[in-house]
Ligand binder design. Structure first.
Ligand SMILES: NCc1[nH]cc(CCC(=O)O)c1CC(=O)O
Length: 311
């Protein structure tokens, strides 16, 4: 199969999303210098709507319009944060993952203009985040702090912080790296203090499943270890069937010996109940590891907990 002359790349139009596309273009350019690329930015429902995501299409709000452009043939390749791709339903029919790029930092960071750490923040400090995963974990570890709703892309959240809408923010380290703003970080939270979300720090390349020309051209950008980790995490999310208000964390990690393990937690929104499971893959495939950890959480009552949260 001959390589395509041009690959049209569709993505959200936030500064972070466009930086992600530039990474893809750079990696693709190094692998296939002969392929030209064109960027097609689109605004998604998730970018326009500043209320609760559960009031729009929930988790699909950041991917719907991008996937529609891919399926309509207006673009050949979609770049998504895996974290933003719904895990409780299959990918849109007719599309497939062609590659997962090497994983970036999975951790969350605190941004506090006064330079304090989480432990040092005075009671009542307002943390701007609408993430149910961050809210639940913070309620469990730092109940004296108060979360206030905060949506919008990372640059806009920093503007809102400067305008006094919150006293501090929690944002992904990888996102801040992509927009060149690691300077605002005052503390990086370890994955043990704040368990990352499924797909943290991973970019997915999605194609039409019949477009073997583009799939073949971009599949060389895939990172095998990231593929294994992401596959285990997404299977966990699929089996748990979480909804857009489910506080779920899941983090698969490959150690120095190459051994894959998966930790996952399901919380109540108030952080008072924390279900926790951790397993090593051993001979299991990543899919089976994800299923096994999900089953361990279901045995602890995850179904009742997830279904008990309004959405
Ligand atoms: N919810 C938006 C979003 N989607 C992916 C990232 C970060 C980058 C990543 O984890 O791939 C962010 C920003 C954030 O949570 O701070």
């Amino acid at each position: 199969m001959s390589a395509p002359e041009l690959i049209r790349i569709v993505s959200r139009d936030s500064p972070m999303a466009l930086a992600q596309v530039e990474r893809v273009r750079a990696e693709l350019g190094a692998l296939h210098p002969g392929i030209a690329t064109e960027v097609i930015p689109v605004k998604t429902t998730g970018d326009r709507w500043m209320g609760a995501l559960s009031q729009v299409e929930g988790k699909g709000a950041f991917t719907k319009e991008v996937d529609a452009a891919l399926l309509a043939g207006d673009a050949d390749l979609a770049v998504h944060c895996v974290k933003d791709i719904p895990g409780d339903r299959p990918l849109p029919a007719g599309t497939t993952f062609a590659a997962f790029l090497a994983r970036d930092d999975v951790r969350d960071a605190l941004i506090h203009p006064g330079g304090l750490t989480l432990d040092e923040l005075p009671a009542g400090t307002r943390i701007g985040t609408s993430s149910v995963r961050r809210i639940a974990q913070l309620a469990a570890s730092h109940p004296q702090l108060q979360c206030v709703p905060m949506r919008g892309n990372a640059n806009r959240r920093m503007e809102k912080l400067a305008a006094g809408e919150a006293d501090a923010l929690l944002l992904a380290v990888s996102g801040l790296e992509r927009i060149g703003r690691t300077d605002v970080i005052t503390q990086i939270l370890s994955a043990d203090e704040m368990c990352p979300p499924v797909g943290a720090g991973v970019l997915a390349l999605q194609c039409r499943e019949d477009d073997t020309q583009t799939i073949d051209a971009v599949s060389g950008l895939g990172h095998p270890q990231t593929f294994q980790e992401t596959t285990a995490e997404r299977m966990l999310l699929h089996v748990l069937q979480g909804h857009c208000n489910s506080p779920i964390a899941g983090y698969a990690k490959t150690d120095r010996r190459g051994e894959l393990s998966l930790r996952a937690c399901v919380f109540t929104p108030d952080g008072k109940t924390v279900l926790n499971a951790h397993e090593w893959a051993g001979p299991l495939t990543p899919e089976t590891l994800g299923t096994s950890v999900a089953v361990a959480l279901l045995r602890q009552g995850a179904r009742e907990l997830i279904d008990g949260i309004a959405h």
